[in-house]
Design a protein around this ligand. Sequence first.
Ligand SMILES: *Cc1c(COP(=O)(O)O)cnc(C)c1O
Length: 429
Amino acid sequence: MTDKTYGFETLSIHAGAAPDATTGARALPIYQTTAYAFDNADHAAALFNLQTVGFIYSRLTNPTNAALETRLATLEGGRGCTVTSSGHAAQVLALFSLMSSGAQIVASSRLYGGSLQQMRNTYPKFGWKAEIVDADQPENFKRAANENTRAFFIESLANPGGVVSDLEAIARIAESVGVPLLVDNTLATPYLCKPIDYGATLIVHSTTKFLSGTGTSMGGAVVDSGKFDWTRGGKFPSLAGPEPAYHGLNFFETFGDMAYTFHSHAVGLRDLGPSQAPFNSWITMLGMETLGLRMERHCANALAVARFLETHSAVAWVNYAGLPSNKYFALAQKYLPKGAGSVFTFGVKGGYDVGVKVVDNVDLFSHLANIGDAKSLIIHPASTTHRQLTDEQRVAAGAGPDVLRLSIGIETVDDIIRDLAQALEKATV
Ligand SMILES: *Cc1c(COP(=O)(O)O)cnc(C)c1O
């Protein structure tokens, strides 16, 4: 089921999920097992030497996880995939094969707040440096790159500001510098945007969000395009040099366009350990069967809500890339022609106090820190996720006192709008 002639919706249902070879079970089995019996001692030795592909231990590989890996690689147009315990684990794993102590990445300042925290506070403990730049000017990536740079990191559609990156321009600079472009495609999903088509090398996902789609299961994924030459500049010894953990095996020479994915499993997951729970992969597979349908409705509902808010007297501004008034509208038309996603921010007149009253008066919306659920969600970042920052830092992060973030669900759109209307009404009397 990797036939490129099938459409997105067909692949969302069938890729990676043929009937079970031994039982004929039509639904994907949950392989709730830690380990796998070897045929004999030679088979075991070949598996441990990476001379044959198979299952050893579920920290490295698992058949339910492998099904999700096939589906994600197929939908993204990639070569291989590694699923992980969370989106943040996927980001660490994605960089692990590229980085060493003293290496640097150049990342967009508009990334998801949690990603920026990870880069600023935790990566330095590994000896990794993150140079944070304004991605609205792609040239900033060139300026910030140096001989230690090992990757560029952006989001296709950034949470929560509705910021759309100029993928093609940034990919061109990555190519000229000789480093892979990593794209967090969580908010867009491959239904709205396929960054590999525009030159991205690696895709990371928090499958926690739209891919599973129901706010039930943590998970992440790294998809490799299989297109990067890991011998470039001698910068990637983990992939194109001798690997001490496997008797000097050179992953790129041995596995070619699967080198990165094999390294992520055989060294990354093995030594760092953030493997996906098979049950969570199973839930995500189930969710992905309806990905196209859900994203279509998420986007249609979000556009209707954004239009409603734009004309509301209590609303100061709306930041949705699907509105023609938005700064990123042209980029969204190019990279996200099917819709600008369903996560966006708006500002209320009256600032902090009104913002807090809105979240206290919604009824259908849930007030919580997640996105990408079938249910509509709302949060007031200044009083929650961005509470620890100074006023100045909050404004810089797009989380000023008046900001509310929405993740529009797939309920009846009139009900979503009516709920926001009544909450705004109560908050401003
Ligand atoms: C949620 C999120 C993450 C982190 O994923 P977890 O599954 O929560 O670890 C990373 N990037 C984006 C864009 C996200 O929305």
